[in-house]
Design a protein around this ligand. Sequence first.
Ligand code: NFS
Ligand code: SF4
Length: 644
Amino acid sequence: MSVLHSRSADPAASQMLEIAGRDGRSLAYDRYDDMQPQCGYGQLGICCRVCAMGPCRIDPFGDGPQRGVCGATADVIAARNLARSAAVGAAAHSDHGREIALALLATAKGEARGYRIRGEAKLTKLAREWGIDVDNRSPEQIAEKVAETALAEFGKQEGRLRFLQRAPEKSRRRWERMGATPRGVDREIVSALHSTHMGVSNDMKHLISLCVRSGLADGWGGSMIATELSDILFGEPAPIAAEANLGVLKADQVNVVVHGHEPTLSDALVAASQAPEIQQECEKVGAKGLQLSGICCTANEILMRHGIPLAGNFLQQEMALVTGAVEMMIVDVQCVMPALKELADHYHTKVVSTSAKARFKGVEHVQFDERRALESARDILLAGIRNFARRDPSKVYIPAEKESLIAGFTTEGVFDHLGGRYRPSYRPLNNAIIDGRIRGIVGIVGCNTVKETHDAAHLALTRELLRHDVLVVQTGCSAIACAKAGLLRPEAAETYAGRGLKEVCDAVGLPPCLHFGACVDNSRILMACVEICREGGLGDDIAELPVAAAAPEWMSEKAIAIGFYAVATGIFTVLGEPLPVLGGTETADYLTGGIEQDLGGKFAFEKDPLKAARLIIDHLDQKRKGLKLAPMMYEPRPGMESRL
Ligand code: NFS
Ligand code: SF4
């Protein structure tokens, strides 16, 4: 039990690991153990398979080869591999954005029954920003233009992405100087791939500038399009109560779990699940109803807009199946483990894939059709309900753990909260930072990884920052980790926040950790930084603000792209697992040092969450000093390390 316990900070997850172990099921943790020792060259980023003269590997101890067959050095190899990963990460987020733009276009043209434009205020605002005429036009007509303009951002060859205009001028100038201003989303990704072909770019710094360009094309491009257009199509989130953890699954109901990323299907599933027909069908099979819940970012999307409960984060996808209570798991794209099908076969769970972009061997594919979204969603749900009869009650174990939370914060919504409905403004937030109640703002985001104790680093880092009066904003699986631990409740301020932060939270009724949505919604965090600059009193450059970012348990290539746009926007970014470049010492030194001169932000690699917190607090204090802000009003709350 102690070993298993150390694998997760979440008691529900620990129970599921124990059950899986008892029943001889192998989960990601077991496969990780089987994988030891992992390849040191890969970890250091100094193996290359870019051409068929390789694979080549550089000896990290200096005794063996120091160059690949073509002459590539450790730094070229490490930076080139990284540029490819950043491009893949940016591609994943951006293709998601494209999907939303296509869905909005189809909706605007009346070709996608089942969706309607729910975020008219945002639609008008974005249309105005893009110079699209809104007078005497219906929302659909405006949406058509907005969707077409967004789609053109992907294919644009020259100029620069429209949303870059939102960034502070100092950032834009730095990007220009580095030659990293993204032109079109797709172009930057293709260009990174071309430049990393054998014998193209062989300069570390140039290769890192490609990481930056792909990253910016993601954060200020594809991801921002995904967020904005999702708000237009599915509605702008507003604060909403919900629950999180495997305990949201119901023993007497049909459990359908959505897992993946694109909200086009999950949002339709929410609507379809509410039809009276669904309830009737459930009763016919002897179930009391249908419980929809989610894993990973698609869960965050429907949590933010509909309060659908979170079943868990990335490392809980397999555990959900081990409960034996899941009739159907619906997957689309990204972060879906290929292991699911084999595991599901030990239970009655039906796994269904729905995206044209992904297939899983042996998994039934039901192509989701946006043009008939509701019918498609209903058919999928009905198949899930029919599967209830196959559930084996002797295999069912649902942990009791679930926690309440508030989600649904946005750049604009936080406005309302902080400034009161009559004068929405960031003024109170800026003032709280200026007068030393709030030390700064930190985005804690990203995944889980088997290399660390599940959720532990997210929780330890968050709690440590809270007690130092840091306001925490979250997305992705990090937000889910903190939701399960009760940190997304307003009461968490009482338990964890320093006195200054608590005063602010109490005054406005906010939790000390704000759930900003899925990983693509990190763009909301960028925009919150922009708003803080705009409000005034804290400088006109995000690089000057007392802000930072952290991804303490990151694992995906999307996290690499996110890290680059954060750093490129002037944000100090602490990663748990180091980027796989340590074998290229110049590359590693640049990313954790010199890059700050070029972009205003830099990376740090630190696995220990308390040390990471220290790095972040020192950084915030240094920025506060730079801005000549008042000293912090109160001492930090006494340490709570023992709570871990
Ligand atoms: Ni982000 Fe979301 Fe989770 Fe990581 Fe995967 S779900 S897009 S990549 S694992 S946070
Ligand atoms: Fe080796 Fe160079 Fe080919 Fe890479 S590109 S595999 S280092 S020869």
